[in-house]
Design a protein around this ligand. Structure first.
Ligand code: ATP
Ligand code: MG
Length: 762
């Protein structure tokens, strides 16, 4: 008291400051992107500790990703120093794991239990389905796994699955499998990701004394990205905060993008009911983006009907920028052209900033945010070809690669001898001469005796149930594992990892492999050994892997970051590229086909999240042709492009002459020709006429948008049976014509859906 307030506090605006200083009782901060919610949370922790309201280990803060937790800890450290280290800060999963490790026995797990990843979960479920004679063709394991996980998201153990969910035979089968799946996990001394929460919840609900301990332990609880919590997480929070109710949640309903993973935006609405007297604070000033970007994002999200509704004003340094550029929207020929354009723009940004007054260094952080990971490949290749350093976050993840998973299975089995899934994965990898029959004998033996596969293997190696060759192979494998395990206490984990890869013959297997991808796999194994070196114990490493598998990649600082829109939540970049704004890509086809209005609105929120990541520049692009799973498809610009307010966008297209898909875009003279030789093939002269028939009714007709102009409807009167020519697919006959969207039976390419603008009568 008496000392002047620290700058991190006085830098806040009055509403933010109120959210920080209202430390007692429930607080909900509900506000739009970039208004400083995360900053408020971080500052609030600093304030609580600085005021000595409690000790750091009595503060519990939940972030949405491990990466966000890392960042928050760093900022906190910068404000208040090393005490930041002791705050309980992490994702729901990481924090649950911390609690679960202390009470594992209460849910039937033993010390050192393993956490299965998605792949192992699926393998386990498949085995159980096979045992129960369930046809995996009729009921795909992935779908069933989804059902099980949604139950877990709702905090439902098998015995609590509501009657409504098991009215059908399929529902009952799923519940029975769920029960068996959970039982089997316990046998394996393992749990899956959803269990981290579910088990912790079970402990807190079933043991009031323990719940009481934690309620007294955590004096302050804080939650970021509250709009994306699911029911299990909600119950978890409610239990932990039950005593003191010092719970502060921040969120934005417009950024709720995880309903497919069980998130319930209703948790926000329920907050005031559950915590009567809660302080509800709204922040309206956006400190992140230019007003151009903000207006574009606000204009877009206004098309959603299901929202609480709030307006944002640009207020930060970016807002004051008199040269704020409009959002650049660009149509391109195909995915490759799109990647070329994006990387050209990136290179131009770098040059601009490196000019004489290039104080901004290299033009700042850049992100390419995609709707689906398949979109990444084209950008990766182009960035690589141009030598632009980039990182992929949450893409084809390192720990999910085959060779890495195999190596991890060795380590898991060393750490956890009951891990049958790991055992199965590697018992004959590399080949040890164990045939199918021997492995079946092994499985049967383990099941009959109720022991792990490893124990069964040790027994069989001594008995005479197996042929000598198999017996010898098993004995060798069992002995290897025992030897490696002995070395765990003395050998640094990375050395152990290297030893195991060498002695098992696994590394040699890939070194001897002649296939083109083998060298890369060897490199990945080397990389893995390097990754293990960052950890002091094998267990710590395996735990880390389990957690990052579910979340994101490494936090390296390359200039360009490539990631999915979902992974970009909460982050910010100077420049953001948003490619693939096409119908069926974004909004995603699945959302359009299955989910109705609600899914479409979630896609729109995702677009809003994407745009609001940008501080200074945003680029949106779409391609007229797209190869999706090896099929070429003509595509239409996303309806979201149309929904952007004209005043804050600048549109251009390379493909104007190809058809009405992009009609209305200003054509860029000289921007094509040599680079797009295909252009001449379509017969540009005729193309404009034919192409005008896009006429797709679902693209917001009558909105007076730029796309509706120039539409003459010619293409849409191609009759069924008409012979047509398409530049890529050749000759074919029209099977149906749905307002300019044609189904054509091509003579060579087979049946395809194309836009009328891309074919000519032949
Ligand atoms: P999102 O909804 O995207 O998660 P958010 O509401 O969490 O956004 P922050 O990330 O906390 O917003 O803040 C956005 C940016 O604005 C950050 O760069 C932050 O440092 C800055 N900022 C927040 N509040 C202020 C302020 N009062 N003065 C200056 N800058 C601020
Ligand atoms: Mg945030």
């Amino acid at each position: 008291a008496g000392a002047p307030a620290p700058p991190w506090l006085t830098d806040l605006n009055p509403e933010q400051r109120r959210a920080v200083e209202t430390t007692d009782g429930p607080v909900l901060v509900l506000s739009g992107a970039g208004t400083g919610k995360t900053r408020v949370l971080t500052t609030r922790i600093a304030h609580i500790l600085e005021q000595r309201l409690t000790q750091p280990w009595r503060v519990l803060a939940v972030t949405f990703t491990n990466r966000a937790a890392r960042e928050m800890r760093e900022r906190l450290g910068a404000m208040i120093g090393p005490v930041a280290e002791s705050v309980w800060l992490g994702t729901f999963h990481a924090l649950s794991l911390k609690i679960l490790r202390r009470h594992a026995d209460l849910v039937g797990l033993r010390d050192g239990f393993t956490i299965l990843d998605a792949d192992d979960q699926l393998r386990l479920l498949k085995q159980l389905m096979a045992d129960a004679n369930i046809d995996t063709k009729r009921e795909p394991p992935k779908v069933l796994m989804g059902i099980l996980q949604r139950w877990k998201d709702r905090g439902l153990t098998p015995d609590r699955v509501p009657a409504d969910d098991v009215k059908t035979a399929a529902g009952r089968r799923a519940r029975d499998l769920y029960g068996r799946y959970q039982a089997r996990l316990l046998e394996l001394n393992a749990c899956d990701f959803g269990d981290l929460l579910l088990h912790t919840l079970g402990i807190l609900q079933g043991h009031p004394d323990i719940a009481g301990q934690y309620q007294r332990r955590f004096d302050y609880i804080l939650v970021d990205e509250y709009q994306d919590t699911n029911v299990a997480q909600y119950l978890w929070l409610r239990l932990l905060a039950a005593g003191h109710r010092n719970l502060c949640c921040v969120g934005d309903d417009d950024q709720s993008i995880y309903s497919w993973r069980g998130a319930e935006v209703g948790n926000i609405l329920r907050f005031e009911t559950d915590y009567p007297g809660a302080a509800v604070i709204r922040l309206e000033r956006n400190y992140r983006s230019t007003s151009m970007i903000l207006d574009a994002a606000s204009g877009l999200i206004r098309h959603n009907s299901d929202r609480l509704g709030k307006d944002l004003k640009a207020a930060g340094a970016a807002a004051a920028d008199p040269d704020a550029a409009p959002v650049k929207v660009r149509g391109l020929w195909d995915g490759e052209a799109e990647a070329r354009w994006v990387v050209e723009e990136i290179e131009a940004l770098g040059q601009g900033a490196n000019g004489p007054n290039g104080g901004a260094g290299d033009g700042g952080a850049i992100a390419i945010l995609v709707r689906a990971s398949f979109q990444m490949r084209a950008f990766e290749e182009r960035l690589m070809a141009c030598g632009v350093p980039y990182q992929v976050v949450g893409g084809p993840r390192f720990y999910e690669r085959l060779e890495v998973r195999d190596a991890l299975a060795y380590l898991r089995l060393i750490a956890q001898p009951d891990d049958d899934l790991a055992f199965e994965r590697i018992v004959n990898t590399p080949k040890r001469g164990l045939g199918e029959a021997s492995l079946q004998t092994l499985q049967r033996c383990a099941r009959d005796r109720g022991v792990s596969l490893l124990v069964a293997a040790a027994d069989l190696a001594d008995g005479d149930d197996l042929k000598p060759r198999a017996r010898k192979a098993l004995a060798g494998f069992v002995a290897d594992l025992a030897r490696w395990r002995e070395r765990v206490p003395t050998l640094p984990p990375s050395e152990l990892c290297a030893t195991v890869l060498e002695e098992s013959g696994y590394a040699a297997m890939w070194k001897a492999d002649k296939s083109p991808d083998a060298p890369g796999r060897v490199e990945n194994l080397e990389e893995l050994v390097g990754a293990v070196a960052e950890f002091e114990t094998l267990d710590a490493f395996l735990e880390h892997v389990a957690l990052v598998m579910e979340n994101e990649g490494k936090g390296a600082t390359a200039r360009v970051t490539l990631m999915t829109l979902h992974a970009a939540k909460g982050l910010e970049f100077d420049t953001v590229f948003l490619p693939g704004w096409e119908e069926d890509v974004f909004p995603h086809r699945r959302a359009l086909e299955e989910g109705g209005q609600a899914s479409l609105e979630e896609e729109r929120r995702l677009a809003y999240v994407g745009l609001t990541r940008a501080r200074r520049r945003a680029f949106i692009s779409f391609a007229a042709n797209r190869r999706i799973f090896n099929n070429w498809q003509a595509s239409l610009p996303s309806r979201f492009v149309d929904e952007l307010p004209d005043a804050c966008v600048e549109k251009a297209s390379d493909t104007g002459l190809y058809g009405a898909v992009t009609a209305g875009f200003a054509e860029e003279p000289g921007g094509w020709g040599t680079r797009h030789p295909r252009r001449t093939l379509t017969g540009a002269g005729a193309g404009a006429g034919n192409g005008a028939g896009n006429g797709s009714g679902r693209l917001a007709p009558g909105t007076g948008s730029w796309k509706a102009r120039d539409r003459t409807g010619e293409g849409s009167d191609l009759a069924v049976g008409q012979r047509v020519f398409h530049q890529k697919f050749g000759y074919g006959r029209v099977l149906s014509n749905d307002g300019g969207k044609l189904a054509v039976d091509f003579e060579k390419a087979g049946r395809k859906t194309v836009v009328a603008g891309f074919v000519e009568a032949a």
